[in-house]
Design a protein around this ligand. Structure first.
Ligand code: ZN
Length: 258
């Protein structure tokens, strides 16, 4: 029997997510654009900086460090405080459990990666780019597809919209809303969102929703012959086997094959 392929909720093979950093005043206009085109995503906030809490309704709020200090500049308890205190502040402010993170300034350290995992962070976004649509192998070192300024942005959108393979495709765009300084830049972003948004074959999700769903998929248990699949998690999981799409409901075992 063929390998099981992940399908996103609803049986979709494509998902789209965004992640915007620093909690800037321009987030309001950007969040409104996301709402207009049905885009879900994540804002990474520095809790010691000024930000407007009312902007982020309906979006995931994630950590970006207490003071935006690069993780390769600090270690030990200072690093732990940057992560944990920011989580705590944001959780009190927004009333949601903060499990996501974006590395400030894109700096990375193995100590930070280990500590993030120990301090309740499930995924951490880097500032790298893979210019492709693969799911991360390691969510604590999650490379997005691209920054929005990339000149290949529209070419990537076209490739994503025409995705034929049955492999799952995740398109992940990141940036800062303060980078939109001219109307032309806003118009370019809106044009991009209008080409990506509102599709009935794409799952629009926040970063943590992507993480949680992939986790649920990775927790599926199989019989030796792979004809029985048990889903021990609390969400329904979709997958493809031998060119057929199945849904195994939360907590249930599905018999597939003959
Ligand atoms: Zn930042």
């Amino acid at each position: 029997m063929a390998k099981l392929l992940l399908k996103f909720p609803g049986g979709f093979k494509k998902a789209f997510t965004v992640s915007y950093d620093d909690g800037c005043p321009n987030d309001k206009r950007l969040a409104d654009l996301f709402r207009k085109y049905g885009i879900k995503g994540t804002f990474n906030i520095v809790s010691s900086w000024k930000y407007d809490k009312s902007v982020y309704d309906g979006f995931e709020v994630a950590s970006h460090g207490l003071t935006h200090t690069k993780v390769d500049h600090i270690s030990g308890s200072n690093l732990a405080m940057e992560i944990l205190k920011d989580r705590e502040n944001l959780e009190k402010e927004f009333g949601q459990i903060v499990r996501g993170y974006a590395y400030p300034g894109g700096a990375y350290s193995t100590e930070a990666e280990r500590m993030l995992g120990e301090l309740g962070i499930c995924y951490a976004r880097s500032c790298g780019r893979n210019e492709w649509f693969e799911l991360p192998l390691n969510f604590l070192k999650w490379n997005p597809t691209t920054h929005h300024r990339n000149e290949k942005l529209f070419e990537l959108a076209e490739r994503f919209n025409e995705w034929k393979s049955s492999y799952p495709a995740l398109f992940y765009v990141w940036g800062h809303s303060y980078e939109f300084t001219t109307e032309e830049q806003w118009e370019r972003m809106e044009k991009f969102l209008s080409e990506i948004g509102g599709k009935d074959d794409v799952w629009y999700a926040s970063n943590i929703e992507v993480y949680d769903y992939c986790e649920a998929f990775s927790r599926l248990k199989y019989s030796v012959d792979c004809n029985m699949v048990f889903n021990p998690s609390a969400v329904d999981v979709w997958f493809e086997s031998d060119s057929k799409v199945y849904c195994v409901k939360a907590g249930q075992t599905l018999k597939i094959g003959k």
